[in-house]
Design a protein around this ligand. Structure first.
Ligand SMILES: C[S@@+](CC[C@H](N)C(=O)[O-])C[C@H]1O[C@@H](n2cnc3c(N)ncnc32)[C@H](O)[C@@H]1O
Length: 244
């Protein structure tokens, strides 16, 4: 039930309905349901995105990925980007809102994430510039060529699943687990991105806090030339950008 904040402050008594709803939410929070899922939305890059259970809640580290892509893609040309694993759509939609010269393609293996991306694209008025389809990696748009690839891929090792808190696990295995070593998904993504990237295009990835050395080596081995690495707010090498 929608009650303006000011009304809550001014009224000496909280309506019973509101109190009941509030108590229910507190109970759910105690059971480990993240606040983002309880309120159904979360902030990312200064805007509010709808979120739902089983789809990753946008993280502050991922804002660095968006910021660096905006810094490093050409400013004036018309560009086409591809996001693998859109989740809520927060990355693609933020890029589109910051750059009018951009169009994005996106995929996600989880149909609920595809639906959520679509809803957020409509809510933010960019649905005409974002095409999102359900499927793995680049497969749903086979044969397409793009100027850049961006992704916050699942990158946690399989063996760590049980040690994650229930609060994190609720975001879904497909959102988080990147293979046995946590690295396999990134490896496939780097390899396949070469098939969709135009010459001189770039790939921008968020990675696990201890994965930068391995990702750098993989990118270089596969033929990416120039590489840039950016640290997150805790000092970990968190974002890698490379050009083919
Ligand atoms: C770490 S989440 C990132 C979500 C969102 N981009 C964000 O940053 O908040 C990874 C996303 O990749 C999706 N995913 C997992 N495997 C995939 C695959 N093979 N192809 C496409 N998307 C995949 C998951 O469903 C999930 O939405």
């Amino acid at each position: 039930m929608e009650v303006p904040k000011i009304q809550l402050l001014l009224e000496s008594e909280v309506p019973q309905k509101v109190e009941k709803k509030f108590r229910e939410l507190i109970k759910e929070r105690e059971r480990g349901i993240p606040t983002a899922y309880l309120i159904g939305e979360w902030e990312f890059f200064g805007r509010v995105f709808k979120v739902s259970k089983g789809v990753l809640v946008p993280r502050p580290e991922t804002e660095i990925l968006v910021e660096k892509v905006l810094e490093l893609i050409p400013k004036r040309e018309k560009l086409k980007g591809f996001e693998v694993g859109t989740g809520s759509g927060c990355i693609s939609i933020s890029l589109l809102l910051e750059r009018q010269n951009l169009r994005m393609l996106g995929t996600d293996i989880n149909p609920e994430a595809v639906q959520l991306t679509h809803e957020n694209a409509v809510a933010h008025g960019v649905k005409n510039r974002l095409k999102v389809r359900c499927g793995s990696l680049f497969e749903p748009f086979r044969g397409t060529k793009v100027d850049f690839v961006v992704s916050n891929p699942p990158y946690i090792p399989e063996g760590m699943w049980e040690s994650l808190s229930p609060e994190v696990r609720i975001e879904g295995r497909h959102s988080l687990i990147g293979g046995r070593e946590g690295f396999e998904f990134i490896e496939m993504l780097v390899e396949d991105s070469l098939k969709v990237l135009k010459r001189g295009g770039l790939i921008a990835l968020e990675i696990g806090h201890d994965q930068s050395q391995k990702v750098k080596e993989t990118m270089e081995t596969k033929g990416f030339k120039k590489l840039k690495v950016f640290r997150d707010y805790s000092g970990y090498e968190r974002v890698i950008i490379a050009w083919n």
